[in-house]
Design a protein around this ligand. Sequence first.
Ligand code: TRP
Length: 343
Amino acid sequence: MANDTNKKDSFVLTGVKPTGIPHIGNYIGAIKPMIESANSNDFAGSFVFIADYHALNGLKDAKLLNEYTINIASIYMALGLDTNKSFFYRQSDIPEVFELSTILNAFTAKGLMNRAHAYKAAFEQNNSDEGINMGLYTYPILMAADIVLFGVGKKVFVPVGKDQVQHIEIARDIVVNFNQTYKQEIFKHPEALIQKDGEVLVGTDGRKMSKSYGNVIPIFGTEKEIKSAVMGIKTDSRQPSEPKPDYKDISIYQLYTNFASETEISEMADGFKNGKLGYGDAKKLLLEAITKYFKPYQEKYLYYKNTEAGKKELFDKLENGSQSVRKIAKSNLNQLRKIIGIN
Ligand code: TRP
């Protein structure tokens, strides 16, 4: 496992697929910890990129893909990703990723792809390959390239949710094969930094917050959108005056703990315990807390996403990021090309 000494000379890298509008569950579970690790000084360098070619596998609407990309980039900038500390770029701006992906194809057993979860899940839906494109099938190879392009002689840590751990293991298998073939440790083994459970937010219906359940609260929605999501949170039929010693299981409370201050949180707990707080009023408190929490970021978000000056700044940042990243990418790829005899 990672200890601080080897983190210092390692990279941390993470990719975000622009496939939708993130919600507060994505924020707490992924975006916030990602920005924190990217901004920290724990690593020798950090990489945050928009995995737009990964998104293409499932999203063939050009306008939407473009919109989601700008949206995601604006969100990371607005929420405080520090581009002085981390490389922020679009995958599509780094042609070396795609060349490496082609190289890695030759070191990836087909059977390994057959076993990849995303492909298996898609296959099992109809017990057939119908509707499955090669981009989805070889997704783990491209993802391995995203990571290990920077893993030449360097350890790369990848903060991921549990669903992505298999992809990191596949990346490791691929580079093990590569290293064994050329009898040298060219790539260091990439390693997942697995995010803890418990950082999964409940949605408005009590299930895990997820776009596919339609139970989400948007991060930068309009006032009306956020209000209707929060006020629509499902509750049981207990009266306000009924004490609720089980307050920790109440989703309003659970959500509140992520956005309110310590004092506010214990006030809500007391209110529920003592039968002094009903669900309606608790929802209003939650709405206030969420609105207050995101307000300082909202203005920045709208600046990047909707103004010409903001958009230009955003694209300049991405462009700068990709230029810096390409220097490392080119140098690593040149080494690899020599090793395989393409030079
Ligand atoms: N597969 C990741 C997801 O679906 C996105 C991703 C692509 C990624 N390439 C990556 C994540 C490299 C970490 C590292 O969320």
